[in-house]
Design a binder for this molecule. Structure first.
Ligand code: AQP
Length: 337
């Protein structure tokens, strides 16, 4: 008798570092898409706190950032009933697989990573081995959950490619162990830039507070930061080469309102940057308002937050443990039952 099997949903995995409060860049480039993907894919999402210590963190602040980032993931609409939601350091398999993969990654490959070059230039006094091997831990984060796609901002494409290379190498040496994942990059808002240096991406760890919009910024702060955003002297809202500041604001406005770049140019014909920046600020503040309200509620109930972390870590560890066991067995380690 023939049976019709329901095809399994594709799997997706993504992480966010707890290096600060997530920004509008994280939200538009990644987090907002994570929520939408929950119905289409079987999703796993993690707060990548182990990654955060590649640059010095103040322990109390790190703890708070982990809690807040986890709460923000819930506040934006990630549902622990639908998706696997967890904190990376609470699932030890990540560090374990990372070692196995380190031994299958070349020094030269890691040296070519642009994020390593950027971060080591930025933190010249602390170019630690973790900063260098960070992409291997990221590969472990991904491969443990056997995802088909990895939703990321355009800035993470290079790391995803390295993950694919490491996984392919491992599979070729020891037979199929890991699914080879595809990066999944959404078009609008894929790369949000700094409000102060619009050729650079917006980053939550930027020392200049005016360079980024944090998801916790209140409406006044949001308006002030947009008013101070770097533009140019043309005073014309149009999307063109060399107008990085304006292009960035237009892309943000487009991502938040759903308007096309042409429609935005029409809307602001004959108007100056002041009106435009006010409109962008208001649209962003409106988008963030419900998230901020839910976040405040969630942060009031620490016990509930911890319970959600615990069940997330348990479920994640079960899935991750199976992949880790498989990889160890293939490598020749003695597995105890
Ligand atoms: N500016 C951005 N525009 C679009 N997407 C972005 N992402 C980060 N910045 C932007 C995407 O957000 C997801 C989570 O990022 P992450 O925190 O894991 O790492 P990151 O890319 O290093 O983010 P930050 O904010 O720049 O952190 P710091 O300041 O610590 O380096 C990823 O999918 C990323 O693509």
């Amino acid at each position: 008798m023939e049976t019709i099997e329901t095809p399994r949903k594709k799997r997706a995995l993504s992480c966010i570092q707890s290096t600060g409060t997530p920004t509008l860049g994280n939200y538009l480039g990644a987090l907002r898409n994570w929520v939408m993907l929950q119905d289409e894919f079987e999703c796993a999402y993690a707060v990548a706190d182990l990654h955060a210590i590649t640059v010095r963190q103040e322990p109390a602040k790190l703890r708070q950032q982990i809690n807040e980032t986890f709460a923000l993931l819930l506040a934006i609409g990630l549902d622990p009933e639908k998706s696997l939601l967890f904190v990376q350091s609470q699932v030890p398999e990540h560090a374990q697989l990372s070692w196995l993969l380190s031994c299958h990654t070349q020094f030269g490959e890691l040296s070519r990573m642009t994020q390593f070059k950027d971060k080591s230039a930025k933190h010249a006094d602390n170019i630690n081995a973790g900063l260098f091997t960070y992409p291997v831990l990221m590969a472990a984060d991904i491969l443990l959950y056997q995802p088909d796609v990895v939703p990321v901002g355009a800035d993470q494409k290079q790391h995803c490619e390295l993950t694919r290379d490491i996984a392919t190498r491992f599979n070729n040496l020891y037979a199929n162990t890991f699914t080879i994942p595809e990066p999944y990059i959404m078009k609008t808002g894929a790369r949000v830039c700094s409000l102060q240096e619009p050729t650079k991406k917006m980053s939550k760890s930027d020392e200049n507070q005016n360079a980024f919009i944090s998801l916790k910024d209140d409406p006044d702060t949001i308006m002030r930061k947009f008013r101070r955003a770097v533009t140019d002297s043309e005073a014309k809202v149009r999307y063109a080469e060399g107008k990085d500041g304006v292009n960035n604001l237009m892309e943000i406005y487009s991502a938040v309102t759903g308007k096309t770049l042409e429609a935005i140019e029409d809307e602001f014909t004959g108007k100056g940057y002041g009106d435009f920046k006010t409109a962008v600020g208001e649209a962003v503040a409106l988008e963030l308002k419900p998230i901020q309200e839910r976040f405040t509620e969630l942060m009031k109930d620490k016990a509930q937050l911890e319970a959600l972390m615990k069940s997330g870590a348990e479920k994640a560890s079960y899935v991750a443990g199976r992949t880790l066991g498989k990889a160890m067995k293939k490598l020749g380690f003695v597995i105890l039952r």
